[in-house]
Design a protein around this ligand. Structure first.
Ligand SMILES: *[C@@H]1O[C@H](CO)[C@@H](O)[C@H](O)[C@H]1NC(C)=O
Ligand SMILES: *[C@@H]1O[C@H](CO)[C@@H](O)[C@H](O)[C@H]1NC(C)=O
Ligand SMILES: *[C@@H]1O[C@H](CO)[C@@H](O)[C@H](O)[C@H]1NC(C)=O
Length: 427
């Protein structure tokens, strides 16, 4: 049976766990319900997306999933109208304090054409472009649950090129999952009195359906396989609009060492930690396909991997850009977790270990050739953009259950679910 024949399902849910002690005195019906959104993988771009209903009448928008995105935004072109659309007035308390833009429009009132409206910047990280938009409240519908008063950004793309560039063809915006005021998990937690938690499980192949296995459950069936490490705050803004003195809203974890087949890669700990200027650290990205390691981490890492691969008698073949370490697949065995290649352990603060197996480390680039799916992320930039030591890409995150607890700053992860005969679509 191939992966594509498996029914994939995804889960991004807020508050899988209610507070057990406090909820005892309540009737079961008063338990907060998690929200479940199916995740799909676009075969053309390999970008993950989900669908959200917005406005009245409800229109369903496919939105690409950006773990680092700060808001929910969508394209509101001339064909879009919603009678429940309420623009947020400039300088009102719902307009974030750091917002300087205020938008006006000549013409008939509709989403994308309003006066005295709090501005947002809607970021498309794949095209690396920021677009001005309007911040507005509207009703959002997720799996038949309506939530009123959700703030999102709307950009009228008439006259703009590239708003949706490189996103899946069917997508009209982005859902951001950063630790920011405007991210949907934060807003839903506040509006629905849920704990600010969400979990994410990216399927490795396109789904053909999903099952809402987790609605109403308090415990994730796979929690027993999960390990936990702190989420780290990067004190320096890593977003597209750098702002002095504002911490990053991205989810960082602290990798203290890296092992390949059990042997520690010789890296100075300072190469991995977050520095005062915001460079360094490890972050996860759904908008980066393959892991990127800063050059000073990449070089020893790749040499050690090649050495361990040769110990396993894997035959190296010519590199296939952007990858360097490529091998003849006929010299590699198979395992439940993909090609039987040297395992990569990320040792995390507190002792948890995230093991990356073949399914998440290797990429089939052509017939009989698989390459290590880690790329050289270059050296630290001198511009305002800061660079993490390690960026784990979507390929590394697939078929791993990830949970983000933004109240207690904890990150839990399963490592490969394949190890437990499970997947994001089948627990
Ligand atoms: C959009 O909807 C509003 C409220 O229903 C209405 O007043 C307005 O005329 C509509 N605008 C367009 C361009 O259809
Ligand atoms: C915004 O205000 C201007 C000037 O008062 C007016 O001409 C325009 O129609 C208004 N636009 C909307 C969308 O209400
Ligand atoms: C997973 O499935 C394989 C093959 O079907 C079986 O041998 C193995 O015992 C199973 N492992 C677990 C942890 O269920």
């Amino acid at each position: 049976m191939t992966y594509s024949s498996v029914i994939h399902f995804f889960l991004f849910s807020i508050a899988l766990f209610s507070v057990p002690c406090l909820s005892i005195s309540h009737s079961p019906n008063s338990k907060p319900h998690p929200f479940l959104l199916p995740i799909k993988k676009d075969p053309a771009t390999n970008v993950f997306y989900t669908s959200i209903g917005i406005g009245t009448p409800q229109q369903n928008f496919n939105v690409a999933i950006d773990l680092a995105g700060e808001n929910l935004w969508y394209e509101c072109n001339n064909h879009y109208n919603s009678s429940s659309f309420h623009p947020i007035i400039c300088e009102s308390n719902k307009c974030p304090k750091n917002t300087h833009a205020c938008s006006f429009c000549q013409g008939q009132f509709r989403p994308g054409c309003t006066n005295n409206t709090c501005g947002t910047t809607n970021y498309n990280p794949l095209a690396q472009v920021l677009f001005p938009g309007d911040l507005a409240e509207d009703v959002v519908s997720i799996s038949q649950n309506q939530v009123f008063g959700v703030s999102s950004g709307c950009t009228n793309s008439d006259g703009f090129n590239g708003l949706l560039e490189k996103l899946p063809k069917s997508s009209q915006g982005i859902i951001g999952l950063a630790r920011s005021q405007l991210a949907l998990p934060t807003q839903l937690a506040l509006l629905k009195k849920l704990p600010p938690k969400f979990s994410l499980c990216l399927p490795s192949s396109n789904n053909i359906g999903f099952t809402n296995l987790l609605i109403g459950t308090e415990e994730h069936p796979l929690s027993k396989y999960m390990q936990t490490t702190p989420l780290i705050l990067n004190p320096v803004d890593t977003g597209p609009e750098f702002e002095e003195g504002v911490p990053s809203t991205e989810h960082f974890i602290d990798v203290t060492s890296v092992k390949i087949d059990g042997q520690v890669v010789n890296l100075k700990p300072s190469l991995l930690s977050i520095k005062k200027d915001g460079n360094g650290g490890t972050r996860m990205s759904t908008m980066t396909r393959f892991a990127e390691l800063q050059s000073s981490v990449y070089k020893p890492f790749i040499l050690d991997f090649i050495k361990k691969a040769s110990d396993r008698r894997m035959k190296r073949v010519a590199s296939v850009a952007p990858f360097e370490a490529c091998f003849d697949v006929t010299t590699i065995g198979n395992s439940r977790t993909g090609l039987a290649v040297p395992s990569i352990d990320l040792v995390l603060r507190g002792g948890a270990v995230w093991t990356i197996h073949g399914a998440n480390s290797m990429v089939m680039v052509k017939k009989n050739v698989a390459c290590l799916g880690f790329v050289d992320g270059g050296t630290i930039g001198t511009m305002s953009f800061v660079k993490a030591s390690i960026v784990l890409g979507a390929h590394q995150l697939e078929e791993n259950l990830l949970m983000f607890d933004l109240a207690s700053n904890k990150f839990s992860f399963s490592s490969s679910l394949l190890l437990h005969n499970a997947s994001c679509s089948n627990f």
